[in-house]
Design a binder for this molecule. Structure first.
Ligand SMILES: Cc1cc2nc3c(=O)[nH]c(=O)nc-3n(C[C@H](O)[C@H](O)[C@H](O)COP(=O)(O)OP(=O)(O)OC[C@H]3O[C@@H](n4cnc5c(N)ncnc54)[C@H](O)[C@@H]3O)c2cc1C
Length: 398
């Protein structure tokens, strides 16, 4: 939509072809329906570094149309934005539909034609140019330039079924291996079911292979029916995936601000202030309520015990569980639950300023189909805005 809008703005005759019966099906579910448009915490250079080694490909597109530009773009089209934790720029209304409406408005200004319920089946090539597309219904669409923006393979029910990768390969492009990225984590422990729905704020999560800690971070997480999700977990899934298959353990530190000794002293102080309170009611200031009985049970202490009867050894067991709550990773769900697809069109085969294919003269790529993926926080849509703008500008120029 960004590519089509920009090309239309430059006066090109544009047709956007979409197989769904409406545009932006995935966009509407971004950010839990609130759309995390971009991230304000970073400069273009810092932002590019968030995508790992492939980030430098984005530098040119980001400097031409970066986070500030997309915020201005939407604000000027009536989309209020607000900045949340970690620089996440969200729709002010909490409705991703505003973003879709603004893009639809942009395309209408540029007189972009939209063809819905139209699945591209085949790309017909003539030498090193694309001649035409063939739609599922048999209809053929000829054009001077083509931009492929079919997205990744994740959440295929939204229409992103990875069709563009096969087309690109048949045109001679290389597709870097595809894998689900940014997924929830499935856990083996039965206790997870008991904790389902529990939201955790600012906890430290560490991931271990054997005794080696390979990832760690502080943030928010949530227990699901069969594992954990939330920004902290989803971002860590990228490094967990690399260690699987194999025994991977997660350790949650529910009180990262206090070291073990300080936590023990804190628990003791609480016990001394209300010596006759029952243990089950006396950890609420340190832990979410739903977690207290679980921690007490795992510490093998009678929850009906009065705190003045809790031994020093028992108190230390409580503190250890609060600092090192250990869970075993069962695996990661596949593409169905992945926020993005890692891998994609090899970037060395695409011109970074224009998104033009280096192999096919009149072909451009934009969005998730490219081999760039970032963490949560608005970084993945920013790839779409920047590369879409660049591709639209180049394909739409006379
Ligand atoms: C649940 C979820 C939440 C997310 N939240 C955020 C967020 O808040 N912030 C963020 O930055 N990123 C988020 N993302 C990632 C972001 O949504 C994607 O990276 C982005 O939508 C990719 O855009 P795209 O235009 O490249 O592809 P897509 O959005 O996947 O669009 C591709 C379109 O091409 C169409 N298409 C595919 N094949 C064909 C064909 N053969 N013929 C015709 N049409 C076809 C599809 O129907 C689809 O509409 C989220 C992803 C998910 C799954």
């Amino acid at each position: 939509m960004m590519a089509a809008g920009r090309a239309g703005e430059l006066g090109a005759r544009v047709l956007l072809i979409e197989k769904n019966d409406r545009l932006g099906t995935k966009l509407l579910i971004t950010g839990h329906g609130r759309c995390n448009i971009t991230n304000k915490a970073a400069s273009s250079r810092e932002m590019a570094s968030m995508y790992g080694k492939n980030g430098k490909f984005l530098l040119s597109a980001l400097s031409r149309f970066g986070a500030g530009d997309i915020i201005d773009f939407f604000e000027s089209r009536g989309v209020k934005t607000k900045v949340e934790k970690g620089g996440r720029v969200m729709t002010g209304s909490g409705n991703a539909g505003d973003v879709l409406d603004a893009l639809a408005g942009y395309m209408a200004e540029g007189r972009v034609d939209v063809k819905l319920n139209a699945e591209v089946r085949k790309i017909v090539r003539q030498g090193n140019r694309i001649e035409k597309l063939v739609l599922a219904a048999g209809e053929e669409v000829a054009a001077g330039r083509f931009v492929i923006t079919t997205g990744g393979k994740s959440y295929p029910a939204t229409g992103s079924t990875g069709d563009g990768y096969g087309w690109a390969q048949r045109l001679g492009h290389t597709v870097a291996p595809l894998s689900p990225s940014l997924t929830p984590v499935l856990l083996k422990d039965a206790i997870v079911k008991e904790l389902e729905g529990l939201s955790l704020r600012d906890v430290r999560l560490s991931a271990y292979k054997g005794v080696t800690r390979f990832a760690s971070g502080i943030g928010d997480a949530i227990f699901t029916a069969n594992g954990m999700s939330g920004p902290l977990v989803i971002n860590m899934s990228r490094s967990i995936g690399k260690e699987l298959p194999g025994e991977v353990a997660l350790k949650i530190d529910f009180v990262p601000d206090l070291d073990f000794t300080a936590l023990d002293m804190n628990i003791l102080k609480g016990f001394q202030e209300g010596p006759n309170r029952l243990l089950k009611n006396s950890l609420d200031e340190l832990l979410p309520q739903k977690l207290c009985p679980v921690i007490v049970r795992l510490a093998m202490i009678d929850s009906e015990k009065k705190v003045n009867c809790v031994t020093k050894e028992e108190r230390k067991r409580l503190a250890r569980l609060m600092k090192e709550f250990s869970l075993q990773v069962a695996g990661l769900p596949g593409f169905d639950k992945a926020v993005v697809t890692a891998g994609g069109i090899e970037l060395c085969e695409v011109e970074p300023k224009t998104m033009r294919s280096k192999l096919i003269e009149n072909l451009y790529f934009a969005g998730e189909i490219l081999d760039i993926d970032g963490p949560t926080g608005g970084y993945n849509l920013q790839v779409c805005w920047s590369t879409g703008y660049a591709a639209g500008e180049a394909a739409g120029s006379r």
